[in-house]
Design a protein around this ligand. Sequence first.
Ligand SMILES: Nc1nc2c(ncn2[C@@H]2O[C@H](COP(=O)(O)OP(=O)(O)OP(=O)(O)O)[C@@H](O)[C@H]2O)c(=O)[nH]1
Ligand SMILES: [Zn+2]
Length: 370
Amino acid sequence: MSDAPDPLARLGWDEHAAGAWAAHRGDGNLPGRVAAEHRGGYVVLAAAGEFRGELAGRLRKAAAKDAMQKPAVGDWVALDIHAALGTATIHTVLPRKTVLTRRAAGRGAAAPQIVAADVDSVFIVHPLDQAPNLRRLERYLAITLASGAAPVLALTKADLVETAEPVLSAIRPLLARVAGERPVPIHVLSSVSGQGLDELDAYIARPQTTALIGASGVGKSTLINRWLGEERLLTGELRDDGKGRHTTTHRELLVLPRGGLVIDTPGMRELGLWNADESVPEAFADIAAVAENCRFRDCTHAHEPGCAVVAAAAAGTIEPERLDSYRKLVAELASLAKDRETAARNRARKADHRSLRAFYRDPRSRGQGD
Ligand SMILES: Nc1nc2c(ncn2[C@@H]2O[C@H](COP(=O)(O)OP(=O)(O)OP(=O)(O)O)[C@@H](O)[C@H]2O)c(=O)[nH]1
Ligand SMILES: [Zn+2]
């Protein structure tokens, strides 16, 4: 690519985006990318600059019915730009290349929430000064694999430990069992000393988009600030002394000096599985391979006769913790499926009630919301 890329290339415009856009060329709209979502609306980036985005009526209605249709940070969208007002109407979300999705937080909600769209890699961030929570890493891995983006393990705060070896040897076996052609890369980093940062150039150069996930305080914002070359994001320290700068506490797509783009995902406590039916077995390829030999296809590997997984655990070829973790994620997927069924039934029932009320012109239905 040339030294002076066209403005869309600066937003991560790639073959996929160009292909997705082809269907919209000629309808008068312009392509743009969702950089942030606020309570009242969106921030979108386009070739002509940054605009305040709002949803077109039709898209608003579709998004209210189905959360996956709602524009998310990272999405390419078709815009009607009102340059004089600094605003843009978002008409369409272009077909996504990848989508990182979690189950919306909160009790009983059987709805998805998009964490980031159209990312190429997802950095799963873990600090070296903490013992790795393998269960948590397995969950991050399953969610990342489900997104279609490439998982990368970023081990931060290398300056705080003498050696990364204990954490590496705990994590390596877990990553070695992930199905797929490419092994999951591991990077040992420090945003303080700069160690390992030059290994990351491939992820943060044009036209790559990278999302960072991980618990609070693992060093996501600090790493992004390093990439930005400025203290743009609010980090733990800044938060403590409460200095006001251009800071952010929400998901935001940022353009990096090297031409890549990055999405921070601060403050995400829960990462419930959503579309992970296939990626959980992918993250547990070792157990999934053994499970092929279970007597029942829908074996939960708990108490069924002829369970090959339980037999392998008894024989010591599968670690009990790993089996336990796998079972928990499989159970979470099963309960999600049940909650989704219930939610769908309730929606259908509500629709029936509405049409019945309309049919009988029930006076109670007048002036009463539901
Ligand atoms: N020693 C050391 N400290 C670091 C490093 N990276 C981050 N920190 C510190 O760790 C703390 C948390 O870092 P953040 O970057 O705010 O963590 P975060 O992952 O963005 O956290 P949330 O925004 O809450 O999700 C801050 O005090 C940082 O200064 C590092 O490489 N070395
Ligand atoms: Zn079984």
